[in-house]
Design a protein around this ligand. Structure first.
Ligand code: MF3
Ligand code: CO
Ligand code: CO
Length: 269
């Protein structure tokens, strides 16, 4: 059982202690390593079920526990969201085609701490259009992370992301958000990827949360399919997402889920 250190803000956001950063770093590093190691297993003809099976083995080999298996009835170690799937794609027998883009999202628990991260991959050749979507989404996440420092608000983070995405004529999904995490998977606050500067709770040292913008080439609206998980764009436009787990330090964000190999580009691997 992990002891709950620190205190809660008036918004119910936990303020963690110095020692907790080490726990988050260790968990985040395992999740990021799995995302590095899965890259060569993404290719045309591969099924998303097989990718998830390999991830399940990687989680076991790492000595961590999957946070998603058994979470609200979810049964897989990853979410794999292909093309117009926005998030929470369920791994299955369908095989990838040349040019498909996909987000792989993995969350592990190590010594009670949660590491939650996702990245984009491509099966085969990446089109210019998809590459631009993926680059803008990644840059938007990093701009959000740059805005994540004490004294700024959560609205500043959302605004940094939204402003950049819309300047590139793409749209930010409103229906899903990032979240506080630590010794729980989804904690306050909701981290919106859009918003107005100066609104929302003020960031403080010791807050742990994810930023995980979903960006669409078309309109922002989504719908959830009959399986109750798979979220897709209503207009069937392509969607991309990146996610990091971060902790707030005196001088800015510490990223717990950086790629050990420095990878993010979908054609690395
Ligand atoms: N990892 C996802 C997130 O970023 C949550 C997945 S929950 C699941 O918050 F049950 F769908 F796996
Ligand atoms: Co998350
Ligand atoms: Co995630």
């Amino acid at each position: 059982m992990t002891k709950h250190n620190g205190r809660l803000t008036k918004d119910g956001i936990r303020i963690h202690e110095e020692a907790d950063f080490a726990g988050m770093n260790a968990a985040g590093k395992v999740a990021a390593q799995i995302l590095d190691d899965i890259a060569p297993h993404v290719f045309p003809g591969q099924s998303t079920a097989e990718i998830d099976r390999i991830i399940t083995d990687m989680v076991t080999a790492s000595g961590t526990t999957s946070a998603t298996i058994g979470y609200r009835g979810y049964q897989h170690a990853s979410c794999i969201s292909v093309n117009h799937v926005v998030c929470h794609g369920i791994p299955g027998p369908k095989t990838l085609k040349d040019g498909d883009i996909l987000n792989i999202d993995v969350t592990v628990i190590l010594d009670g701490w949660y590491g939650d991260t996702s990245r984009m991959y491509v099966a085969g050749n990446l089109s210019r259009k998809s590459e631009r979507l993926i680059q803008v989404t990644h840059d938007a996440l990093m701009l959000g992370i740059e805005a994540a420092k004490p004294g700024n608000t959560f609205g500043d983070i959302g605004n940094a992301i939204q402003t950049y995405v819309e300047a590139n004529r793409m749209s930010v999904v409103r229906d899903f958000c990032g979240h506080g995490l630590g010794t729980v998977f989804h904690a306050p606050p909701n981290v919106l990827h859009y918003g107005r500067p100066g609104t929302g709770p003020v960031l403080e040292e010791g807050m742990f949360f994810t930023i995980e913008p979903m960006v669409n080439l078309g309109r922002p609206e989504t719908k959830v399919l009959a399986d109750d998980w798979t979220a897709v764009t209503r207009d069937k436009s392509l969607s991309a997402q990146f996610e990091h787990s971060i902790g707030i330090r005196a001088d800015g964000a510490e990223i717990f889920t950086l790629s050990p190999a420095g990878k993010f580009h979908p054609t690395y691997g």
